[in-house]
Write a protein that binds this ligand. Structure first.
Ligand code: KIV
Length: 272
């Protein structure tokens, strides 16, 4: 009789220990089957609030409710057995106070059993990051372009394109590190600044539209699969799934219309 060894799930400290080592591979995931496909090939999966646009057709991440994050977090946990699962805190669920953040992050951890949460913001979120990590919740920070603040930023703008913006971003990276974040997403940050921050802080940086020098990379899975109608400049499409899906649907539709489907091999006979 073969006894299957339980799979050990990657933890937040495992990710921290990868600083300066083998690059950390990650993707977003919102759905059990794609999470299962990705599980063997990534170190962590992020249930990003980008699911608002990708799965639910919102124009931004701002309308995403906490309940959606929990529902998709549970699906991804069921699909992936090995990768660390990180769930994003959506807009309005953590910014008010450290205790609001703890209450909602604890719900995410209890109801999904994920291993960590992510929240947006640098120095201004340091007190909250400290409060959560002190109380048992591993936090991934997210600085640079923080999409939940696009109304304040005046759009989805690359950060650090001029050197006078660098100090604030460097201070953000140091602040979230000192507060106890186990890693930090650097989104849409000019390449040399992302590389400089990566050298300066002792926790892994996870780049998205940042630098190959980051300790790891993340992309929105549907963007890199070629399933999203519009993608930012920094996305490389590694697949062409949108075209493949449309081709399969067209083929199915024409077989149904021609009464060629279901053919004999897809029907059941009567057993006399
Ligand atoms: O919500 C998300 O998908 C993210 C990643 C793009 C980092 O925050």
């Amino acid at each position: 009789m073969s006894v299957q060894k339980p799979v050990r799930r990657v933890t937040a400290p495992d990710i921290t220990a990868r600083k300066g080592g083998e690059p950390i591979v990650s993707l977003t995931a919102y759905h059990a089957h794609t999470a299962a496909l990705a599980d063997e090939h990534v170190d962590f999966l992020l249930v990003g609030d980008s699911l608002g646009m990708v799965m639910h057709g919102f124009e931004s991440t701002l309308p995403v409710p906490l309940d959606y994050m929990i529902m998709h977090g549970r699906a991804v946990m069921r699909g992936a057995k090995r990768a660390l699962i990180v769930v994003d805190m959506p807009f309005g669920s953590y910014e008010e106070s450290p205790s609001q953040a703890f209450r909602n992050a604890a719900r995410v951890i209890k109801e999904t059993e994920c291993g960590a949460i992510k929240l947006e913001g640098g120095a201004r979120m340091a007190e909250t990051i400290h409060y959560l990590t002190e109380r048992g919740i591993p936090v991934m920070a997210h600085i640079g372009l923080t999409p939940q603040s696009f109304n304040v930023m005046g759009g989805f703008k690359t950060q650090g394109r001029t050197r006078d913006q660098w100090q604030v971003l460097e201070d953000d990276a140091v602040a979230v590190t000192q507060a106890g974040a186990f890693s930090c997403v650097l989104e849409a940050i000019a390449e040399p600044l992302a590389a400089k921050i990566t050298k300066a802080i002792p926790i892994p940086t996870i780049g998205i539209g940042a630098s190959a020098q980051c300790d790891g990379q993340i992309l929105v899975m549907e963007d890199m699969l070629g399933l999203s109608p519009r993608v930012p400049k920094f996305v490389k499409e590694f697949g062409n799934i949108g075209t493949a899906i449309e081709g399969a649907i067209k083929a199915y539709s024409s077989e149904v219309r021609a009464r060629n489907f279901p053919a004999d091999e897809h029907t059941y006979e009567v057993k006399d």
